[in-house]
Write a protein that binds this ligand. Structure first.
Ligand code: 5GP
Ligand code: ZN
Length: 115
């Protein structure tokens, strides 16, 4: 756990969240400011600042986050229609919370490239 990290506090249960899934590696919860009918954040229990700070030993965790996003998309019923997964990294990437997270957005049409 990293001091003063919002998402570490969510993992610890010190800040409430609407959890949709959790296991030994990750926690998934609804984004507080949803940008689509479904907007879930999937985060590792372990604090990693950003994709930029992920290490070789984090490779399995990175795969786990993406696989979990796919599982949640299937479970929510929009996998066949399609969805968007996003990892914002550092300032140009639009990252605002520095605990690595995958956005899973579904339930509407997305355009590419995103802004
Ligand atoms: P980023 O911009 O770093 O890629 O994404 C951070 C996301 O965290 C944003 O979509 C924002 O709405 C969400 N967020 C920020 N604070 C909270 C919070 O306290 N609870 C939840 N559930 N989501 C949050
Ligand atoms: Zn953290």
């Amino acid at each position: 756990m990293s001091e003063n990290c919002l998402f570490c506090k969510i993992v610890a249960g010190d800040i409430p969240s609407a959890k949709v899934y959790e296991d030994e590696v990750c926690v998934a919860f609804n984004d507080i400011s949803p940008q689509a009918p479904t907007h879930v954040l999937i985060i590792p229990r372990k604090h990693i600042d950003s994709l930029d700070k992920a290490e070789k030993t984090d490779k399995e965790t990175l795969g786990h986050l993406l696989f979990t996003a796919a599982e949640i998309a299937r479970e929510k019923g929009f996998a066949a229609d399609g969805y968007r997964t996003v990892i914002n990294t550092n300032s140009d990437g639009g990252q605002t919370v520095f605990h690595l997270h995958v956005h899973l957005l579904g339930g509407r049409l997305f355009v590419f490239p995103p802004g």
